[in-house]
Design a binder for this molecule. Sequence first.
Ligand code: SF4
Length: 446
Amino acid sequence: MDSYYIWTIGCQMNKADSERLESALGQMGLSPRTSPKDADVIVLNSCVVRQSAEDKVIGMVTHLKPLKQRNPDKVVALMGCMVGPKTEALEKRYPYVDVFMRPQQYQPLLDIVGQRMGIDPEGCVGPLTASPDVATYIPIIHGCDKFCTFCIIPYRRGREVSRPVEDIVREAELLANRGVMEVTLLGQNVDSYGHDLPGAPDLGDLLTAVNGVDRLQRVRFLTSHPNDMSEHIIDSVAELDKVCEHINLPFQAGDDMVLDVMRRGYTNDEYRRKIEQIRDRIPNVSLATDVIVGFCGETDRQFQETMKLIRDIRFDKVHAAAYSTREGTIAARNMTDDVPYEEKRARLKALEALQEQIATEINAELLGREMDVLVEGRKRGKWFGRNRNDKLVFLDNADADADMPGKMVRVSINKTSPWSLQGSLKASSNGAGAQPELAASKTAIL
Ligand code: SF4
């Protein structure tokens, strides 16, 4: 037994879970493969937030059946949100799957691998050790206590459990020593970090601690809830030199009644005031949000409140989705999914067109500006990276053979689109020279 294949779908939390499992399997001596056919251990890390994601997972599990039947020694694991507290139904449906694991529950698979290899998996799950990317994720809080009526997360990922500050800082140090330049602190509701820990440190305290990690150059966090985005967190983003000026603050709907039915716990007006507070304190902040259109009972007039909010706030990025019922949620039990499919599509299209226009205008203002970009890799034949505002930037004059990943470069923007920017390389500065640039960019208006 010497190889593994991990297939991941869904959110960044899933990606982070897969990275941790990869790291543990790597510590046990296994190496990655790009196809399940070539691997001894096959892991499907599932997501059920949307029906389409769940359908893909079902397709993948079904697809593995003949492979497992031909190779009974392969170990097949289904992990992630599709695995709830009870696994009997899944065991019945997929008897050829060897092990079912809830999110972050790596041990059952490691025990099987350990038994087969005759080694002790104790201590293999911990901070990431597999060769990490330039920018990577650190989960800091698992689960969610909010129970929004449309969302399955609290049922599948459980209640909020925060990792101790020291663990997270140790992991950030380890990653930085291995060449990681940017970490994103992850949680379903990252702003409620710490309330369950002794002394109740909050996200602001954690950001301060991670900001102090040598060699690390950037810190981000994802995803926020408007009610938990405290003044202390906002001040921390404003003041800490490595914490990037980008906040994803989902509003989900613009109408108060829809927000109430969603059980979001704030009104349109309260959300607007939170954004004002963020912009007052962090003038160069970029903003993203998540929106659902066509939630149960949403009228066209109520949808127009969503459009107005987008028009007024002018987000840099909007992640929009048409509502679809998720079994097991409060909405699935008690509400009717009564907005016709065509209407949902039309609303989504209108919203996307509006956002495209806004993002086009916002990004066009960056033409001719200079900014720091942390290069992450190559895409579409060009080196790419992100600026502090989380804008994707392609470099048009960097040598394809140059050793670019991990370089902090100064870029002059010469082309913009709603989705990305393009620019020319001015200079690069890493290590000791990069720090003053970061500090300086805290006050730059991009
Ligand atoms: S806060 Fe986010 S993760 Fe938690 S229930 Fe609401 S939508 Fe789901």
